[in-house]
Design a protein around this ligand. Structure first.
Ligand code: IPE
Ligand code: IPE
Ligand code: MG
Length: 258
């Protein structure tokens, strides 16, 4: 399990270890071209392939992509069903290539509402790629940050009822869906909106946020490099002062609580 940014000060480098992305703007991309929204989703899926490769090449270790939120069921039924189909096709076509490239594939979210064929493909893909470590690609599908915190607390309390009297971050963390990943260093949202839309809420506590007006199908490797360059300009203080950061002797990772 990885550490918590509110308990230990993370060691950070030039390249973000974990990038989390809200891939937004597919519908508007299509609308601008007088195409149906689903055409935007198709192009969006192609953009995913590029970004996965580029992240691997740049040494990003974890890439987490928001593909379908727990609130996206509110969309028209035909759009929802197209997105599900697209997920099935993407799994059928891409998983063996991901495996060849050393990518570990994971899905986070409530799978109980998905068709059994989709669930089977997800489990097969996770199983096939489970030992790969070049890049961990997580797709958040029927995912909601609040759902995640609640499912974690509920599972924890079922397994350890004695914690009902009080529990810590460290007690809860193993039950969160992203328990295998460090917290995201860089969050990217395309499509111009500046909100979190119920994406990973717990883990974004100290993440650097980056918003771009580019629509997701237009988000290419140079756009990724601009986001990473912006990240490299940030001073990640985790509660400390700039002066402390300038004195490396004071920079030793220190346990703050617990
Ligand atoms: C993001 O693009 C993809 C999903 C939410 C599945 P949108 O479909 O939200 O595109 P816009 O925001 O309508 O342009
Ligand atoms: C967020 O995009 C979810 C995904 C990208 C999967 P939305 O387009 O659903 O977000 P809102 O509704 O504009 O906040
Ligand atoms: Mg949107």
């Amino acid at each position: 399990m990885d550490k918590s940014s509110t308990i230990d000060i993370p060691v950070t480098g030039q390249v973000p270890r974990h990038v989390a992305v809200i891939m937004d703007g597919n519908g508007r991309w299509a609308k601008q071209r007088f195409l149906p929204r689903i055409a935007g989703h198709k192009r969006g899926a192609e953009a995913v392939r590029n970004i996965v490769r580029a992240c691997g090449e740049r040494g990003v270790e974890y890439l987490t992509l928001f593909a379908f939120s727990s609130e996206n069921w509110r969309r028209p039924a035909d759009e929802v069903s197209f997105l599900m189909q697209l997920f099935v096709i993407a799994l059928q076509q891409e998983v063996s290539k991901l495996h060849e490239n050393g990518v570990r594939f994971k899905v986070i979210g409530d799978l109980s509402r998905f068709e059994s064929e989709l669930v089977r493909l997800i489990h097969d893909a996770e199983h096939l790629t489970r030992d790969n470590r070049r890049l961990t690609l997580t797709v958040a599908a029927n995912y909601g940050g609040r759902w995640d915190i609640l499912q974690a607390a509920n599972r924890m309390l079922r397994e350890k009822p004695e914690l009902a009297a009080g529990f810590s971050e460290t007690d809860l963390m193993p039950y969160l869906s992203l328990n295998y990943a460090p917290e995201p260093d860089l969050f990217i949202r395309t499509g111009g909106e500046q909100r979190i839309s119920n994406f990973v809420l717990w883990q974004l506590a100290y993440t650097e946020l980056y918003f771009t007006d580019l629509l997701w199908p237009d988000f290419d490797t140079s756009a990724l490099d601009r986001a990473i360059a912006s990240y490299q300009q940030r001073e990640r203080r985790f509660g400390r002062t700039s002066e402390q950061l300038a004195q490396p002797a004071l920079n030793i990772t220190r346990r703050l609580t617990g």
